[in-house]
Each structure stands twice: as structure tokens, then as C-alpha cells.
Design a protein around this ligand. Sequence first.
Ligand code: F6R
Length: 369
Amino acid sequence: EKGGWSSFMAKEVSEEPDAVSNTLRGRLHDGAVVIPELEGLDDLFRDVSRVIVIACGTAAYAGQVGKYALEQWTRVPVDVELAHEFRYRDPVLGPDTLVVSISQSGETMDTLMAVKYARERGAKTLSICNTQGATIPRESDAVVYTHAGPEVAVASTKAFVAQITALYLFGLHVARLRGSLSPVEIADHVVELEAVPGKIAQILEREQPRIEQFAHWMADTRSVLFLGRHVGFPIAMEGALKLKELAYIHAEGFAAGELKHGPIALIEAGQPVFVIVPSPRGSGELHRKVISSIEEISARGARVIAIAEEGDAAVLPQADEVLRIPLAGPLFEPLLAVVPLHIFAMGLATAKGLDVDQPRNLAKSVTVE
Ligand code: F6R
């Protein structure tokens, strides 16, 4: 039930804090990560030498965010691949390969077929899924459920933040098994994770009305670009996907470093560009590089909408709008930065009078290949 909300999507975006906290619930104990579903399965994960994440659409962007954390924390190489590409290229798989599938519905045919394919070729399989008892978790060796609650709107929102949360929990679980992080380091990351729901709630409270107003002003926009770097790159892709599917306008996400290799040719006066700005407290170098991308595009007339942490003044000279997110560790910023983009896509589609729950040509669960 929509319960007072104008759409399921509005309700589901408002539930993003709960999607994270419910996914964490029962899995954190005194600064340690304990995933009851994975009990007795240590052998499955301790000795893997490679992880391949497979998924489609938004779930694949969650996988791309997860790659940064998984590699950093476990020191196991991680590749992320679209499920429908993976299966048709004769991938190298073996018993030391762990294939992690991510799916909200657990029924996406492309992802299911890729999981079966990986299993038949001897790889180990873990499913990250939001739907209890769905086909993909049943076909996998192990499952970590996201507890985002039922997602009704066709476009995925709260499931996305829950998927990143589950991947992070899994990464910390494996880091403990392999000894690649100390208990103190794990506890620090757990503190960050536990703070995420409150920070998302803050964004919804402080920025949502402004973003909706702003989306309203932009209702006639024909094209929007999104730039990000590092973990901000998949967030840029997610922002663009959501805008395409909800508002039916041309949108593209780029890695900020790729600008000068081509996309900067698209920049002309008035072109709206969202830029996800990493915290200056993380890698100062990353921050400086993104600020210099902002300078390059604004010099060419782009209308820059920066998503930046509170207090970051470096964005002010060039940005036309600044959407603020609370302070967080570098790997936890994507869980915050995506929220304004979900609100924006929903706001712009609403301003155009479109049905945000049922975009044209799309189905919630894609059960054909
Ligand atoms: C985008 C969206 C889709 C799904 C994709 C995978 O908003 O909803 O891109 O993320 O179809 O679906 P699941 O996660 O059910 O496998």
C-alpha cells in the first residue's frame, strides 16, 4: 500500500534509511560482522582467489560500488560484469572463483542463467537478493538477503542502497576470514555503516524539497550528464539510468577522468551536469581532480549541479547548485550521494506528469532473456 504517498516510488525513496538499517539488523555484534546465513560456509569464501559480480541494470551499479570496498578490504580481485555479457564470452571459471549475483527480484532471467552457467562450470555462487525464496538464491550455494522490503515501483531505489550494504557486510565478513583487516579496522567500518541510515534521513529531510523544486524548474531539459570518479562513477551511471527510465530524457554517466577523452565535446552553454564530488578528507588528490573537471566544464558554459559534502567550499565558485550530503568515509559516500539523484529523477518525472511507478516499456522483473 502507498499509505499517504503520491507514488510507491516516493514511499520507497523515503524508506532508503530503513532499507539500510534492516539489512544491517542482526548482522552486527560489538563492532564485528556476523552473517547468520553464512555460518558453516567459511570454506566457501576463505580461499577464493577471484570474485566476479554479475547483475543487470541498477544491481550491476551496486556491484560496481561494491568492487571498490571488496578489493580494498579483502585484497581479492573483483570484476563486475553484466550477466548477459558474462555468459556469452566463455569466461574463465574454476573452484577458486566466487560468482556473486545481485538481484532485487531474484528472478531476472539473464542473471539466473549466468548463475546456472557459473555453477555448471564449477564456480562457487553467492546470491544477494531482496526476495525471500526466489529462484536465484535457490540456485546458489549461499545467499545474503537484503531486507529492503517489497519494492513495487518498477525502477529500483531502496533495493540499491540495501544491495551496497549487503555487499559491504559480505566484504567485512570475508576480510575477517582472510585476516586482511584487523578487528579494529572492521569495527571502524561498522561504525560508518551504522551511521548511514541517519545520514540518508538527514538528506531526505534537508534537501528533498529543494531538489524537487529544482527538478520542477528543469522540467524542459532535454539532456543531463552525470560525472563521478572512483565510487562516484557508478553513482553517476545510476543517476543517468534513473533519469532515462523515469523522465524519458537523454542522460549519460561518465567517469570524470574520461571527459577529455571525448565526452567534453558534448559540453555547451547551459548543459546541465551533475558532478559527484568526493570528500576532500578522503583522497585530496581525487577531490582536486574532480574540482578541476568542474572548472573545465563550467569554463565551457555547463550548468554544474554539485553533490558535495557539507562544508566543502571548493565547489562554490563554479557550481550553480550544491546539494549537500553529510560527512562519511570515502567508501560510504555512494550510499549518500545516490539519494539526491533518486529524488531528482523522481521529481523531474513528476514535474513532467509521468507515472513514476510504471515507466513505459519496462517491467519490474525481467523474466525473459
Ligand atoms: C533500474 C532497474 C533495473 C533493475 C534490473 C535488475 O531502476 O530497476 O535496472 O535493477 O532489471 O533487476 P533485479 O535486481 O530484479 O535483478
